[in-house]
Design a protein around this ligand. Structure first.
Ligand SMILES: Nc1ncnc2c1ncn2[C@@H]1O[C@H](COP(=O)(O)OP(=O)(O)OP(=O)(O)O)[C@@H](O)[C@H]1O
Length: 265
């Protein structure tokens, strides 16, 4: 596909530690069209964050290439916004100032910044919290601020590393619904890392299951269920079982690997 929004081509990533070499990514090829919601799924250690960080431009691949909008990724860029699991807010700034920060850096005019900030605070139900500081917010609220901050930059691509991992189930579902609504409205391309099978099926157009060491693509499938999806539906559960089997195989590899390493120590 020539006009894919993100193209990951023959990407490998090797970490060299004192004791050994870890092949975190091996022969990864992905073409992600504009507007697709992709979940990277797999157990701990299978290279999901490594792949996301490579697309973000934080840590380049050892070999292979990544392009976004046809341009080679060599560093972080404004067209790729990143949301981390840790909320990464400035503690000394209010909610509104945190959201405005990136726009100030860009040198936008005050009125324009205020308009954008108001719109985003409304979109994420944060209007009543605009003058609060991060420490006075719940985890869910903080993550809303982190999402608003990335949305302020209006990047066509959003990269999300387990953004809801630390939240309780209800808050998590709430933010998932919010994210789906925003995604449908703004038509962003999203790469979302999770180790939750249910979260991946609930959110994604496409799920890429990864293997553990080396990190390769084990399964790349489209989720055709209509939204909003019902986790209690039979099709949802059939997919959950299928993916559960795949993820479990990799988890067992992880476990065996740890036992083997413990035996060597
Ligand atoms: N800086 C590093 N140096 C050495 N090894 C690393 C480094 N970063 C990651 N790794 C290894 O690369 C592999 C992939 O790690 P990565 O963090 O991408 O996995 P992950 O799927 O995102 O897991 P998690 O869900 O725990 O974050 C792991 O085996 C990890 O130990």
């Amino acid at each position: 596909m020539m006009n894919a929004h993100i193209v990951v081509s023959q990407v490998n990533k090797v970490f060299q530690t004192a004791e050994r070499e870890v092949v975190a990514l091996k022969d990864i090829n992905l073409e992600i069209p504009q507007g697709q919601f992709v979940c990277l799924l797999g157990p701990s250690g299978c290279g999901k964050s490594t792949l996301l960080n490579a697309v973000a431009g934080f840590a380049p691949p050892s070999s292979g290439s990544i392009t976004a909008d046809g341009k080679l990724v060599t560093a972080p860029g404004p067209e790729r916004g990143m949301v981390f699991q840790e909320y990464a807010l400035f503690p000394w700034m209010t909610v509104a100032d945190n959201v405005a920060f990136g726009l100030q850096i860009k040198g936008q005019r005050r009125e324009q910044i205020d308009t954008t900030v108001d719109k985003l605070l409304t979109m994420l139900s944060l209007q009543d919290f605009r003058n609060r500081y991060p420490k006075d917010l719940s985890g869910g609220m903080r993550q809303r601020v982190a999402i608003a901050r990335v949305l302020a930059l209006d990047s066509p691509i959003m990269l999300m590393d387990e953004p809801f991992g630390a939240l309780d189930a209800l808050t998590r579902r709430n933010l998932q619904d919010e994210l789906l609504r925003i995604w449908a409205e703004l038509k962003k391309t999203i790469i979302f890392v999770t180790h939750s099978i249910e979260e991946a099926i609930y959110l994604a157009d496409r799920i890429v299951v990864m293997t553990y060491r080396p990190g390769t693509v084990k399964r790349d499938l489209l989720v055709e269920l209509p939204r909003l999806r019902d986790p209690a539906a039979a099709e949802f559960n059939a997919l959950k079982r299928e993916l559960g089997q795949l993820v479990m195989e990799e988890q067992q590899r992880h476990h065996r690997d740890e036992l083997r390493l413990a035996a060597v120590d």
